[in-house]
Ligand binder design. Structure first.
Ligand SMILES: Nc1ncnc2c1ncn2[C@@H]1O[C@H](COP(=O)(O)OP(=O)(O)OP(=O)(O)O)[C@@H](O)[C@H]1O
Ligand SMILES: [Mg+2]
Length: 362
């Protein structure tokens, strides 16, 4: 590690982005831009998309766009909407975010950034094209791996599950860079739960109008994976301009369950690949990260559904906002020059740099 290098860790999320740096600066921002709604708004607010606090200030005059919504561009072949602008919108968010890091002019920067565990070459190229304009020297690592590296100061067996808005990323951690078989990405995260919830409520109550945003708030406040659920009344607008209280408990339970079932399948697949003599330790150390880790009952539901593998203990990290960026920074600061070169060279491939990590030797 050379002291005249400026180190940064970035988590460019589908919904929220965080950045931290070796000078102790920390920044957090929704990955959202606000586009003036009409010609009049453009004359007042300008043509440039707004980010950060100015969005809150002018919300009613803006159309809000999340360039990575549903994991678009970050994972798989989904196309962002509108596709041509998504990358420039993401750059706008990242530029604002990294302003908060107070990067000294002219200083060499080393940045580690999280990417979905199984993102494609194209996804990685897109992410790099977003970040390289601002930080030319950057390496991508799987999002849950960054969380794990930040979390543990010694090598140990763990399974990290990062439940984000766009994707849910899983990684078997054991103190070295993970191989592709140690990881999985589910193309479902909080955004998909919101979509299922919207559809299920409108199917049950066709007269209602439910936005994805409203569904997200309902999910965050009342979502629960407990097996018994009582009524859950929320006030929703109706198509004729009124609003009424509706019991959304069944739609909510169903959408959370759909997610938990898919997650159980992915976790089980990964657990099956772990050699028997390590599996018990992994089972006792399953960690939920990301905003979706706050979904009530998710840990208990996983403990129940994975109990066929043995006694299972699931915990949730304390700070879901900065865990990915903190781990990425720790990695950037700790790896030596050789490992850094290997990491940047393998950033655009599926290979791992094949080096044991500092502070994580078994
Ligand atoms: N209390 C809660 N219950 C359920 N879900 C929650 C809760 N709080 C936040 N979430 C969900 O967490 C998700 C956002 O998590 P996070 O900020 O980790 O995503 P992200 O990192 O931006 O996305 P990704 O990692 O997929 O790119 C949203 O879907 C949000 O609704
Ligand atoms: Mg995330």
């Amino acid at each position: 590690m050379t002291s005249d290098i400026f180190y940064a860790g970035i988590d460019l999320g589908s919904m929220n982005s965080a950045a931290v740096a070796s000078n102790s600066c920390r920044a957090f921002l929704p990955t959202t831009v606000g586009i003036p709604k009409d010609g009049l708004a453009a004359t007042l607010l300008g043509d440039e998309p707004l980010v950060g606090e100015s969005i809150e200030q002018h919300k009613m005059a803006l159309k809000l766009v999340r360039p990575f919504q549903f994991g678009a561009l970050k994972y798989g072949e989904q196309i962002a909407d509108p596709p041509v602008h998504a990358v420039s919108y993401a750059k706008k968010v990242l530029r604002q975010l990294t302003q908060g890091l107070e990067i000294p002019d002219g200083q060499q920067v080393r940045c580690v950034m999280g990417a979905p565990s199984r993102s494609t070459l194209e996804n990685k190229q897109t992410l790099l094209s977003v970040v390289r304009e601002i930080m030319p020297t950057v390496a991508l690592v799987p999002e849950p791996f960054a969380v794990a590296y930040g979390l543990f100061s010694t090598a140990r067996q763990a399974l990290i599950i990062d439940v984000g808005a766009g994707t849910t990323d899983l990684c078997h951690y054991y103190g070295a860079f993970p191989q592709s078989d140690d990881q999985a990405t589910l193309a479902v995260g909080g955004d998909r739960i919101d979509q299922w919830l919207t559809e299920l409520i409108m199917e049950e109550y066709p007269e209602t109008e439910v936005t994805l945003e409203a569904a997200r708030v309902i999910k965050e406040m009342h979502g629960d994976l407990k097996s018994e659920h009582g009524p859950c009344e929320v006030v929703l607008p109706t198509k004729d301009g009124e609003s009424r209280a509706y019991d959304v408990s069944s739609a909510l339970a169903q959408s959370c369950r759909l997610f938990a079932d898919q997650l159980t399948l992915a976790v089980s697949d990964l657990l099956r690949q772990i050699p028997d003599h390590f599996r018990a330790e992994v089972l006792s150390n399953i960690v939920l990260a990301g905003g979706g880790s706050r979904l009530h009952g998710l840990g208990n539901a996983l403990e129940r559904s994975c109990s066929c593998f043995g006694l299972c203990k699931v915990s949730a990290i304390y700070d879901s906002r900065f865990a990915g960026a903190d781990g990425a920074l720790k990695l950037a600061m700790r790896i030596n020059d050789d490992t850094w070169s290997a990491l940047t060279q393998t950033t655009l491939s599926e290979a791992s740099p094949s080096q044991t990590l500092p502070g994580a030797a078994a």
